[in-house]
Design a protein around this ligand. Structure first.
Ligand SMILES: Nc1ncnc2c1ncn2[C@@H]1O[C@H](COP(=O)(O)OP(=O)(O)OP(=O)(O)O)[C@@H](O)[C@H]1O
Ligand SMILES: [Mg+2]
Length: 306
């Protein structure tokens, strides 16, 4: 008998979107990093983060989105930034890569609004969790086109309402210092009106420049003066991909006893593959193994100095 060939459709349940937003990120505070980094990728020079009792607003003066851009925004898992890894205006190395970061908002709110203006287009789109759950097969969101106002300037504002989580401003500031490119001279981030600035640790600095078959590792290791070891700065060495701290690593320092408390550092390795929530590395990748091996050698010198 001839085999009867048919096809079987793959379907995605509507609720999966909410699951991604609510369950992918270990901490909902990470949504702020995701949204600010989207602004960086869109060539914004200023991002204002406003956190109040009932709203979180993240406003940027980046390129904004036209209709095509908005469709792009609501595409799940778009590899757009993999194909266009540099931003057009500032030629930034774009941070985004997975096409899901915007849904991190869903971990802390019941509803978010995207308002955007780009060239001659302006519009507002609302994603409301409850409305999304109402029907099984309507995948459309309400969109209002607005009149273009030159005085407003191009850019995007994301407003979270019906908040389900409260954030401490100091915690948000910490996250911003580590998680967004505030060291870039063309990028200023304000939190409730105050500019977020990077910190410099005092101490002896060891520059790090190492090559691996996958790309360079660079940065510095800082040895704090012994009196400074009680700094509130968390232990370990910040490992950054595209200026975003993914993880603090010890590189074997956990066996160093008290000396470990004196060592900090910032290491940049843009070639490292990261997990989709940007909170860890793919540790069984060849890239990570090469990175870890090179860093162990660096740390031997640091240990000898100590
Ligand atoms: N503030 C913004 N200004 C202009 N375009 C934006 C903005 N935020 C998002 N976008 C557009 O929406 C798309 C989706 O954003 P999203 O954060 O979900 O994915 P991504 O940044 O591409 O990848 P990742 O999941 O790694 O963050 C982006 O690729 C970009 O085209
Ligand atoms: Mg993103």
């Amino acid at each position: 008998m001839e085999p009867n060939r048919e096809t079987l459709a793959i379907t995605v349940d509507k609720s999966h979107l909410i699951t991604i937003g609510e369950k992918l990120y270990t901490q909902s505070i990470e949504l702020i990093r995701e949204l600010v980094n989207n602004a960086y990728d869109a060539d914004a020079s200023v991002v204002e983060v406003e956190i109040t009792e009932d709203r979180i607003v993240i406003k940027d003066n980046g390129s904004g989105m036209d209709l095509k851009g908005l469709k792009q925004y609501f595409n799940i898992g778009s590899p757009e930034k993999k194909y266009h890894p540099k931003s057009p205006k500032f030629k930034r190395d774009r941070i985004g890569q997975f096409g899901i970061g915007k849904f991190a908002t869903l971990s802390a709110c019941g509803s978010f609004t995207v308002s955007t203006q780009s060239r001659d287009f302006a519009a507002e789109v609302v994603f409301d969790k409850e409305e999304w759950g109402e029907s099984e097969d309507n995948w459309h969101l309400p969109m209002t086109t607005l009149s273009y106002e030159a005085s407003r300037g191009d850019g995007t504002t994301i407003t979270l309402s019906k908040l389900t989580k409260k954030f401490n401003i100091e915690d948000v500031e910490e996250r911003l210092i580590e998680g967004v490119p505030i060291r870039d001279k063309d990028f200023a981030v304000y939190l409730n009106g105050k500019r977020v600035m990077s910190r410099e640790l005092p101490g002896r600095r060891f520059p790090v420049i190492e090559g691996t078959p996958y790309g360079p590792i660079h940065g510095e290791i800082v040895i704090l003066p012994s009196a400074q070891t009680t700094t509130s700065e968390p232990l370990g060495i910040e490992c950054k991909v595209k200026q975003v701290t993914v993880k603090r690593e010890y590189f074997g320092m956990d066996t160093w006893g008290r000396d470990m408390a004196r060592v900090r550092g910032l290491i940049y390795a843009d070639f490292l593959p990261v997990t989709t929530d940007r909170s860890g590395f793919i540790v069984d990748s060849e890239e990570y193994k090469a990175f870890y091996g090179a860093m162990l050698k660096v740390m031997e010198d640091v240990k000898a100095y100590l």
